[in-house]
Design a protein around this ligand. Structure first.
Ligand SMILES: [Zn+2]
Length: 384
């Protein structure tokens, strides 16, 4: 940060604000400083020194030596899988993932359903396609849903190109309006007989060929760039089915939503809602049990915008998949906490900071100083 350097040169002492976090040591779940969190996330109690450790493998060995290996192996396993995926990606695509793709890849490997709100051309399709291939070599089934026949064809081509580089031969089925009648029939037969690892279709297929999809379940469903996808209640129902949810759990989930409304109503008129909250808790547990028992698939939905009214079905979706529908464009923030010792008047120092960093900033005034002080600063800044 250029402006920071400038400040330091001018001997305005800039000091990093340090923090201590409870329960965040990834090994013992104890207290840890932010400094250690930024290294391996292992607290001083678990390992006094981490300076000489280069990899997670080293960390794990050091912990074992000390007899303090508790939860670190989970992280180690995850890093191993992530590295494996990174290499797989690089071999397939010919270049490394960039940071946003890495973030999505982490969530996918953690089996967390999520939505991507990002403009086209940031590598969503590439990541989804490589993930499907990665699952295919691990014996898992994926379904890629795209908006148009042309895109279905292109994703198919991409899969072929990547497979060749990887030296693998996944069984894939591409179904779209551009196929001949004969090709369509052959594709449908293959879908029906489960003869594939990756299925690629347009979103229409979900509705027009729901019969073929009946009883099929997928480990990974990637909805690519279909903006209005979640607006259709029918799509939501079908997606839930192919992810492995059936009515035995969907109806209790609906009941849970009704109970939430009732609890809110009771709170509104200041009546006791504890009985209802207990019922909600019971259903939540039922859902969690179901999910761990039934091996529910992973869903990633991407779009340039993701406007969806929070209808009951969308809420059902969020409840069953722990899935928050993203409303804002996604980008990674870079946040740092600083404080500066006051030298001279507050007003002139604020002015100096704004001039160094440039436009686009928010100034918060402590409420103890009152509104008058905020006005005073504002007047001072406007005058200068
Ligand atoms: Zn620890």
């Amino acid at each position: 940060m250029e402006a920071t350097t400038l400040l330091q040169v001018q001997c305005l002492k800039v000091v990093d604000l340090r923090g201590i976090y409870n329960g965040l040591c990834v090994n013992c779940k104890g207290t840890i400083s932010d400094e250690r969190l930024l290294q391996f996330g292992i607290c001083e109690k678990c390992l006094e020194n981490v300076e000489n450790l280069r990899s997670w493998k080293d960390v794990l060995e050091a912990l074992k030596e000390k007899g303090r290996a508790y939860f670190a192996h989970e992280i180690y396993d995850f890093h191993k899988r992530f590295n494996e995926f990174s290499l797989f990606f690089k071999r397939a695509v010919g270049q490394r993932m960039w940071s946003l793709q890495e973030t999505w890849a982490r969530r996918i490997l953690l089996k967390r359903s999520f939505s991507i709100v990002a403009p086209t051309g940031v590598g969503k399709t590439v990541l989804g396609t490589v993930a499907a291939l990665y699952f295919a070599v691990n014996g898992k089934k994926s379904y890629i849903i795209v908006p148009t026949a042309l895109l279905a064809y292109q994703v198919g081509e991409k899969i072929d190109a990547y497979s060749e580089r990887l030296g693998i031969k996944p069984r894939k089925i591409v179904y779209h309006a551009g196929l001949s009648e004969k090709e369509k029939r052959a594709a449908l037969e293959k879908v029906a007989s489960n003869d594939f690892e990756i299925l690629i279709t347009t979103e229409r297929f979900l509705v027009s060929h729901s019969d073929v999809l009946k009883g099929k379940s997928f480990d990974f469903v990637f909805v690519d760039d279909v903006d209005s996808f979640l607006k259709s209640p029918r799509n939501i129902d079908r997606i839930l089915t192919i992810l492995g949810f059936d009515n035995s759990i969907i109806s209790p989930a609906f009941q849970l939503l009704n109970l939430q409304i009732e609890a809110k109503r009771l709170r509104g008129i200041k009546k006791n809602s504890s009985e209802i909250l207990k019922q909600i808790e019971t259903i939540r547990r039922e859902i969690e049990d179901y999910k761990s028992r039934e091996n529910i698939g992973l869903l990633v939905v991407s779009g340039a915008t993701m406007k969806a009214k929070r209808t009951k079905r969308i809420k059902l979706f969020e409840e069953l998949l722990n899935f928050q529908i993203g409303f804002k464009p996604e980008f990674l923030r870079n946040i740092r906490d600083f404080y500066i010792k006051l030298e001279g008047s507050i007003e002139s120092q604020v002015l100096y900071l704004i001039k160094s960093f440039g436009s686009g900033c928010l100034i918060f005034v402590p409420s103890v100083f009152g509104r008058d002080f905020a006005t005073k600063i504002s007047d001072f800044l406007n005058a200068n």
